[in-house]
Design a protein around this ligand. Sequence first.
Ligand code: SF4
Length: 328
Amino acid sequence: MQMPDTTREDRPLLDVKGLKKFFPVRGALGTTVQEVKAVNDVSFTLRRGETFGMVGESGCGKSTLGRTILRLTEPTEGEARYEGQDVFEMDEAQLKRMRQDMQMVFQDPFSSLNPRKRIGAILEEPLVIHGIGTPAERTSKVLDILTRVGLQAEHYYRFPHEFSGGQRQRIGIARALMVNPKLIVCDEPVSALDVSIQSQIINLLKQLQAEFGLTYLFIAHDISIVRYISDRIGVMYLGRMVEQAETDAMFAAPKHPYTQALLSSVPITQPGARKERIVLKGEIPSPLDPPAGCVFHTRCPMATDVCKQKTPQSKEVAAGHHVACHLY
Ligand code: SF4
């Protein structure tokens, strides 16, 4: 009997389970006296060709999450399966191959662009590292990618300081595209740009996704931007993923009290429609000493005694809609 073909295409591109990243805080004698729980037991998947938006306040661990998945920093615990293979178990050679597939676009591309190198050489570098193409082929690839990200061939000979912020981000995106990746982790890619430029870069990312079949993990603190670009959204608070759902489902009926507060700050575009803004009291606690039980209980308007003692586990409350809260 022939088995059904549940192939590669059916399984998620990336499957993250129970991921933890704690940073040790060392005392005078070099021993670990405390830990910053930057990412604490986070699980999610990335489907091929989708944009998964990861949103949360600054310091919630979303950037550390992106960096850990790419193994730019080592995890404390958990697994991240890329095409079925655990990224954290990969040896150097496997990691090098994986890095060709998984690229990153940073908030500030300028700091990662060598100021003494021309853009052509900067963009060719990933091809040289991965041993791809002849010198002539590399040059032709750079010229092709430059035009696809909205720059011109003449920019090949320019230095990073000769570009505007928006153009530098286009260069950052071009560099990520050079090695034909499948997945790009976009870490706050537009938060340093003017609002008018932000939409240009977001539209460029959408256009490139359609052109190259890319999958994005899009990390940002601005929920309106995340909504615009994402198929699904994950909400993080103090190292924990508190809710995840399809974008429309999340905006139609946010379940977690933190998500409800976050979404209440998004302006409504329909004329005449009104909604009440939920203002959270207090500051986000330190990840050095997160509250026991539910990490959100110190600011949650719905908190009860159980919230102070027991950590809520993530539950599927509707198809594809997961929430970690004792109310469900
Ligand atoms: Fe609020 Fe309790 Fe739900 Fe946490 S578990 S979000 S404190 S109601």
